[in-house]
Design a protein around this ligand. Structure first.
Ligand code: HEM
Length: 169
């Protein structure tokens, strides 16, 4: 009861202090959803028979597009891989060294071992270097089309070199 009285008094006090535009009674209805707001735009595009994104016939595959998809794919692969690795470390009986010995005892051959290491290192390296590229974008840098391609090639070169280096260790 005391709380209700206090709220009522505070409301009256606020109403007398604030200009009418701040009053609850004058509040505007909540904004529409993004989907509703975009509806007239999509409708106009359909009416004018404009190509809709994603339309690969019009936009085509590009390096930035492919690298963006690869960033998401490596993010998902890393999340899955790190989670499974952690779970395995918790539930499996042996320790890391014993499983390494087990793999060594299989005698898989250097080419297969190198390829397997490369496949594991690649998503880590790609996601890390491309993540730095993303962070530069978050700072508003490198959005011009030539810069997008340049940074893309640099990320790919760093990824391949570092993954190859790690695989050879
Ligand atoms: C094991 C380590 C990591 C895991 C499991 C991981 C996982 C993920 C996942 C799942 C996403 C969301 C992908 C999407 O839906 O588009 C993501 C996005 C991102 N990651 Fe990572 N990540 C890791 C390491 C890193 C590192 C080291 C960096 C930076 C150096 C980084 C930078 C980013 C950035 C900037 C994004 C957002 C990209 C965007 O704006 O769309 N990540 N990561």
């Amino acid at each position: 009861m005391a709380a209700l009285l206090l709220r009522h008094a505070a409301r009256q006090c606020l109403r007398s202090q604030l200009r009418p535009m701040f009053c609850i009674r004058n509040a505007l209805p909540m904004g529409t959803s993004a989907k509703q707001e975009m509806h007239p735009y999509w409708e106009k595009n359909t009416r004018l028979n404009r190509p809709m994104s994603p339309d690969l016939a019009v936009y085509g595959w590009s390096l930035p597009m492919s690298m963006s998809i690869l960033h998401r794919a490596t993010g998902i692969a890393l999340s899955t891989g790190v989670s499974l690795f952690s779970l395995a470390a918790l539930v499996l009986p042996g320790d890391f060294a014993s499983y390494l010995e087990l793999i060594k005892s299989l005698g898989l051959g250097p080419a297969l071992i190198y390829s397997a290491k490369f496949v594991i290192a690649f998503p880590f390296m790609y996601h890390t270097f491309n993540g730095i590229r993303h962070l530069a974008w978050d700072l508003g840098k490198g959005f011009k089309i030539p810069q997008l391609y340049q940074s893309g090639y640099i990320v790919l070169a760093f990824t391949l070199l570092s993954a190859a280096g790690i695989a050879s260790m």
